[in-house]
Write a protein that binds this ligand. Structure first.
Ligand SMILES: Cc1cc2nc3c(=O)[nH]c(=O)nc-3n(C[C@H](O)[C@H](O)[C@H](O)COP(=O)(O)OP(=O)(O)OC[C@H]3O[C@@H](n4cnc5c(N)ncnc54)[C@H](O)[C@@H]3O)c2cc1C
Length: 399
């Protein structure tokens, strides 16, 4: 699958941070993590830290899949508003899912501190705009639902928005909790930290064959290397579906750009910005004063059709930015397209395989995929260690 195209900002900004060998020898270990994007890096780091002999295999270069294309807004807000999620999965399940995502942001804060590399992690507030006047009542209900369950946020009416931002919108929710990060850098930093505790990382090593026996899993890579392991974790991002019998996500295309640096002083707190329209627009800033934004989703993934649209989608994103910040002249520096996965309720799938023994899935699908990946890392580590995890029941295949 062609996960992205065009010029994503992160790999160009960071360059080749670290190199990893391809696997050319046979191995035995406790756990193999298939996928070396942000999800695989988080899972592997946690497993290695817990003392498990862990091997990461990626068929591309490390972090070269969706992780290189992400805009990396870290939000506790799930694509499905809390009010709607309550209707879908019940109040307890929905509220705990929101609170788990909020907790995940603190977990990333603690993690970057622990590995001694911030990786562009900065806490930010999150501004959720009513795209149209007709969306304001739903936002009001959403505000009440979140408030009721202890989430700290502010209701802003049109005047209050206009007093703080250079644009006019009928209503907005301003949440304290949010953050942004450089996920490409974070994936490398976590793997490097893991390597210090014995983690083995191989890229350009596609897993081409998987055989399950009751107590072991036998893997073969494209170079013929054979690995015998007790457990495997699928952290293959949007390419994981082929390992599942049931379709769990709809894959779509999304578009993103990064601007040249500009003066973002009229953007209070550099808040993460998104909106109630679907598909939604999402925006953030970078440490070097760029704007990164995405949206304009299309319900297909064919790379040729997707890539043909990059110039048109970039122009549309740019126009949408100018509508929000008319006084800022934005010049596009990078634009790209990526595959994106959505689930029926906006929740991730983090669970034991329903079909295969000794296998787990870490599928952080949805707009806050990275926050889900942090939860996945802890849930899977605890499951393998046979320890309880407070969030394990939230992201099961059967829900
Ligand atoms: C444009 C865009 C904007 C986004 N914005 C946000 C955002 O603002 N916030 C957010 O939280 N999320 C966002 N996302 C989603 C987020 O990027 C993803 O959730 C995240 O990158 C997924 O990471 P991953 O490690 O699971 O997948 P990937 O980064 O794709 O990594 C999976 C890896 O598995 C490897 N692999 C697959 N099959 C095999 C195999 N058989 N053998 C070996 N290796 C294999 C692949 O090569 C790949 O490197 C966005 C996504 C896109 C595309």
């Amino acid at each position: 699958m062609d996960l992205k195209s065009g010029y994503p900002f992160w790999p160009v900004k960071n360059g080749l941070l670290h190199t990893y060998p391809a696997l050319h020898k046979d191995l035995t270990c406790d756990v193999v993590v298939i996928g070396g994007g942000i999800t695989g890096a988080l899972v592997a780091y946690h497993l290695a830290e817990a003392g498990m002999e862990t091997v990461v295999l990626d068929k591309r270069h490390i972090a070269w899949g969706s992780t290189s294309a992400t805009t990396a807004l870290l939000q506790y807000e799930i694509d499905t508003p809390l009010c709607d999620l309550i209707e879908m999965v019940g109040e307890d399940h929905a509220v705990r899912s929101y609170l788990a995502c909020a907790d995940a942001i603190d977990k990333i804060a603690a993690l970057v501190k622990k590995i001694g590399n911030e990786c562009g992690f900065v806490r930010k507030s999150s501004l959720y705009l009513a795209s149209y006047k007709s969306h304001a009542p739903a936002l009001k209900r959403e505000y009440a639902a979140r408030k009721k369950h202890g989430i700290r946020l502010e209701w802003l009416d049109q005047q209050q928005i206009e007093a703080r931002w250079p644009f006019r919108r009928p209503a907005a929710l301003l949440s304290e909790k949010g953050a942004q990060v450089d996920a490409y850098q974070l994936a490398h930093a976590l793997l490097q930290a893991g390597i210090q505790t014995g983690l083995q990382v191989y890229d350009r090593s596609e897993v081409t064959k998987i055989d399950h026996s009751p107590r072991r899993v036998h893997l073969t890579t494209e170079h013929g290397a054979k690995i015998t392991t007790k457990k495997i974790v699928f952290a293959c991002g949007y390419e994981s579906q082929k390992y599942l019998k049931r379709q769990v996500a709809q894959l779509i295309s999304t578009y993103a750009l990064a601007s040249e640096p500009l003066d973002t002083s009229s953007w209070p707190d550099g808040s993460l910005i998104w909106e109630s329209a679907r598909p939604y627009l999402y925006l953030r800033t970078t440490e070097d004063g760029r704007v990164i934004m995405g949206g304009e989703d299309e319900e297909f993934t064919d790379p040729t059709a997707r890539d043909k649209l990059i110039p048109r989608k970039t122009a549309r994103l740019q126009r949408k930015f100018q509508a929000l910040f008319p006084h800022l002249e934005m010049e596009v520096a990078f634009s790209w397209a990526g595959t994106f996965g959505e689930t029926k309720d906006g929740l991730a799938y983090i669970d034991k395989s329903p079909d295969l023994p000794n296998a787990w899935f870490a599928l952080g699908y949805g707009g806050n995929g990275i926050t889900y990946s942090v939860l996945a890392a802890e849930i899977i580590r605890d499951a393998i260690l046979d320890k309880p995890n407070p969030y394990a029941d939230l992201f099961r295949f059967e829900r």
